[in-house]
Write a protein that binds this ligand. Structure first.
Ligand code: SAM
Length: 345
């Protein structure tokens, strides 16, 4: 009973609906900022439930826009909600929300790609990496145009325990285009298995929570949207510097429909390519005729181990980039670069 009374004290007083806020402040969606709004509070409540218990939580919300998801976060009991919004037009509406929840909303007018989240919350909320996650959550109905660079940046932060992960294993609940959500969570052998699957899953437990049909957004995007929840692992499944792991994964997936040795080859300069590819695959005990999508994370770990081992003997390998070499190569008679047949994920 006491808990119920406490939770009801978090609930917001009556406010104009999100539709009314959009009309009141004339908030026409800007395509350039990937603005697709959620007006249905049952849906925003459902997204917020995927984050787990938000009682007394600190939350960073990415791109609050007119504030629908923000309302659900507040109603779930978060006591400190820091919203980062790039579009100045939304600030007045967010101030209205902040007045309705005194002391619980902090508004940052800025770009989430450069915002220093490690400075946004008190150190006192930190939890040891090998303990429970801190009571800090990142939640956002992400703008499509920044979702992939943003998650890659945060995965690097997880590997280095920096940014939002300086506080511990901060959990994330984020939306992505359905196709990207499927890649993030794809298992070995599935059609959607890609660079993003390995990058996310070697560092986090990743869960594709549910799909929101495009028609639920205003304006309606061309695609459906997936809600994905991430919890950083105590022990990453591959224990090498992020840049090295990223390089191995990126190269292996360079030719995603071919045998994996084709991508592995591209880690090495032409002169030593054949010999070092053989060595790396042998040391990793990986069948060269497996396709990139068929490789498990332990196999990627073995590949990263074998590549790191070769690099300790020949450090210049770390700086070798096949694409750079390709860029410098002269064109063939047909006007193509000699091996210019990438299929990118
Ligand atoms: N949260 C709102 C909702 O669910 O209705 C709006 C979501 S809309 C898909 C994306 C929001 O992110 C917009 O408000 C947009 O202005 C904002 N945005 C776009 N790029 C951003 C960036 N780099 N940093 C912070 N906010 C950004």
């Amino acid at each position: 009973m006491a808990a119920l009374t406490k939770l009801s004290s978090f609930r917001l007083p009556p406010l104009p609906t999100i539709g009314e806020i959009i009309k009141l402040y004339n908030l026409r969606a800007e395509k350039q900022l990937s603005q697709n709004f959620l007006l249905d509070l049952r849906l925003t409540d459902k997204i917020v439930r995927q984050a787990g218990c938000l009682r007394d939580a600190h939350v960073c919300e990415v791109g609050p826009g007119p504030g629908g998801l923000t309302r659900s976060i507040l109603n779930a009991g978060a006591t400190d909600v820091l919203v980062v919004e790039k579009d100045t037009r939304f600030i007045s509406g967010l101030k209205l929300l902040s007045e309705a929840a005194p002391g619980r909303v902090r508004i940052v007018h800025g770009d989430i790609l450069t915002y220093r989240m490690d400075r946004g919350f008190p150190d006192t909320i930190s939890k040891p990496w090998d303990g429970d996650p801190p009571n800090l959550h990142i939640i956002g109905n992400l703008p499509f145009n920044v979702s992939t660079p943003l998650i890659i940046k945060w995965l690097e932060n997880i590997a280095n325990r920096t940014g939002p992960f300086a506080f511990g294993r901060t959990q994330l609940t984020l939306t992505f285009q359905k196709e990207v959500a499927e890649r993030l969570t794809a298992s070995t052998g599935s059609k959607q298995r890609s660079r993003l699957s390995i990058m996310a899953q070697y560092l986090c437990t990743v869960h594709n929570c549910f799909t929101i049909p495009g028609r639920a957004f205003v304006p309606k995007p061309k695609v459906d949207v997936g809600v994905v929840h991430f919890t950083p692992l105590v022990q990453p499944q591959i224990q090498h510097p992020f840049k090295l792991v990223e390089k191995v994964i990126r190269n292996v997936f360079q030719f995603r429909r071919k045998y994996c040795y084709k991508g592995v080859e591209k880690l090495f300069p032409e002169a030593s390519r054949f010999e070092l590819t053989q060595k790396m695959l042998q040391n990793a005990d990986v069948d060269p005729t497996l396709r990139p999508t068929e490789l498990t994370i332990p196999q990627f770990r073995a590949l990263a181990d074998a590549y790191a081992h070769l690099c300790t003997h020949e450090p210049s390998l770390l700086h070798y980039e096949f694409r750079e070499e390709l860029r410098l190569k002269p064109l063939t008679k047909q006007g193509n670069k000699p091996e210019d047949t990438f299929i990118m994920d």
